[in-house]
Design a protein around this ligand. Structure first.
Ligand SMILES: NC(=O)c1ccc[n+]([C@@H]2O[C@H](COP(=O)([O-])OP(=O)(O)OC[C@H]3O[C@@H](n4cnc5c(N)ncnc54)[C@H](O)[C@@H]3O)[C@@H](O)[C@H]2O)c1
Ligand SMILES: O=P(O)(O)OC[C@@H](O)[C@@H](O)[C@H](O)[C@H](O)CO
Length: 407
């Protein structure tokens, strides 16, 4: 069995690659880092270490790598693959779509009609279906109408914390012991791929929202609140009782929403939250705040971990005060090495916070959350003036940008 995995980064090497390899697939990473590619080609294996007391390690074998630029070879690999997975970041899916489409075209030319499962293992709602939207136009342009007969794009949920890390061995990866990979069973064509430790579900949305609005909402809250306080790792932020309590408060809000939407048992969900808070605090990690806070425009979009649950909870009349403060904190994330953080700050400076809440977060001026978020943002600007320094005077000053109800 053959698998092609795009992205030899943290989750690619730390979770998807190991599951594929353990399940008997030969794994070809399609990657960008030259050093990693040549090491994977030569060694054909790499070490994976668990971030716990024992530091138990295992070898992930039966792997190799290609560079994205080796387009003929990548096409051939996809043409012969049983599974294609990705972990490149949801915004980068469009950049790999043509490669995948070429592989499908070659597969059809070769008369290979065995099922091909393409799974985008990215955080976000409907990532595999989004990838399909990027791949399909290439196929249509080439006159290929019937790829759906054997190609499927099941959405998935992947959960394992794998921080940014550096080791002497560029292939080594340290991961938390916990892991969960759930795949939408309804989308699979043909037999279920024999993936060890993976769950196939008929109700993926429930798993997806539970993960995104608990693990990822809580994680980014720890990051954005931690950033305000000047912490550099999630573990440091989580050891601050004030931050831990704020994160817990937000997860109580998303928990109430999830229970309302999917009927989760309250006690079990509370235990799920507790477990996740413990995972964030894992003392064997130094997970940079900047990794977890990365790409704030993506994280603040209307289908994502902060705004989506806030809008849904508001609609149902549930408490959203913690989410509102978290959104305001995210709007202050101005890390200089994060292109989206810089773009967001530029937009706030140029357009004012009210426009940004409306157009970037997708919350209309007339929506009750709009005024509450701008008010919370203003309060944070006053409490953390060093973060709001560049645009503070203009953010609330002239003309229409001044929020009416925040004095
Ligand atoms: N790290 C985690 O804890 C974790 C857990 C679950 C899900 N995820 C999701 O997995 C995805 C990857 O996250 P990560 O933490 O592994 O990031 P990462 O930066 O460590 O890895 C991404 C990799 O993709 C590569 N890449 C980017 N564009 C590419 C392209 N066009 N072709 C080939 N390779 C490309 C990058 O070079 C990098 O090696 C994200 O969507 C993230 O949300 C991460
Ligand atoms: O990868 P992002 O940027 O969507 O989110 C950052 C982290 O919250 C995320 O990578 C978690 O570590 C992961 O989702 C845990 O399963």
């Amino acid at each position: 069995m053959k698998a092609v995995h795009f992205g030899a980064g943290n989750i690619g090497r730390g979770f998807i690659g190991p599951i594929l390899s353990k399940s008997g697939y030969h794994v070809c990473f399609v990657a960008r880092n030259k050093k990693q590619i040549s090491e994977l080609q030569t060694r054909r294996e790499y070490p994976l270490v668990l971030a716990n007391e024992d530091r138990k390690s295992e070898i992930v074998g039966n792997v190799t790598a290609l560079s994205l630029g080796e387009s003929g070879k990548v096409t051939a690999q996809i043409a012969a693959a049983d599974i294609v997975t990705t972990a490149v970041g949801i915004s980068a899916l469009k950049d790999i779509a043509e490669s995948i489409a070429r592989g499908i075209r070659q597969r059809i030319k070769q008369g290979n009609a065995t099922p091909l499962h393409i799974m985008a293992c990215e955080n976000g709602i409907g990532a595999s279906q989004l990838l399909k939207k990027w791949v399909s136009p290439y196929l249509e342009n080439w006159g290929i109408q019937d790829a759906d007969r054997f190609v499927s794009y099941p959405n998935t949920v992947v959960d394992r914390i794998v921080p940014v890390q550096k080791h002497k061995d560029p292939l080594q990866v340290m991961v938390e012991p916990f892991s969960e990979w759930v795949i939408d069973r309804n989308e699979i064509k043909g037999e279920l791929p024999p993936l060890q430790g993976v769950r196939y579900s008929d109700s993926l949305d429930a798993y997806l929202e539970r993960k995104l609005f608990t693990v990822n909402t809580g994680h980014c809250c720890a990051a954005y609140f931690g950033y305000l306080e000047g912490y550099s790792t999630i573990q440091d932020a989580m050891s601050d009782p004030g931050i831990r309590s704020k994160v817990t408060g937000v997860l109580m809000e998303t928990g109430a929403l999830l229970r309302e939407r999917y009927g989760f048992d309250e006690k079990k969900h509370r235990l799920y939250i507790e477990k996740i808070l413990g995972r964030f605090a894992n003392p064997h990690f130094h997970d940079p705040i900047t990794r977890v806070a990365r790409s704030p425009i993506r994280k603040l979009s209307s289908s994502e971990r902060l705004v989506y649950p806030a809008m849904q909870a508001e609609r149902l009349g549930l408490n959203t005060s913690g989410l509102v403060t978290a959104i305001a904190a995210a709007l202050l994330f101005d890390h200089a090495d994060d292109p989206e953080a810089l773009k967001l700050q530029e937009q706030i400076r140029k357009q004012g916070i009210r426009e940004v809440v409306s157009h970037v977060l997708g919350i209309p001026f007339s929506h009750p959350l709009h005024g509450r978020i701008t008010a919370a943002y203003r309060k944070l600007c006053l409490n953390y003036p060093h973060l709001a320094s560049t645009g503070f005077e203009t953010i609330f000053s002239p003309t229409a940008h001044r929020p009416a109800s925040t004095e």
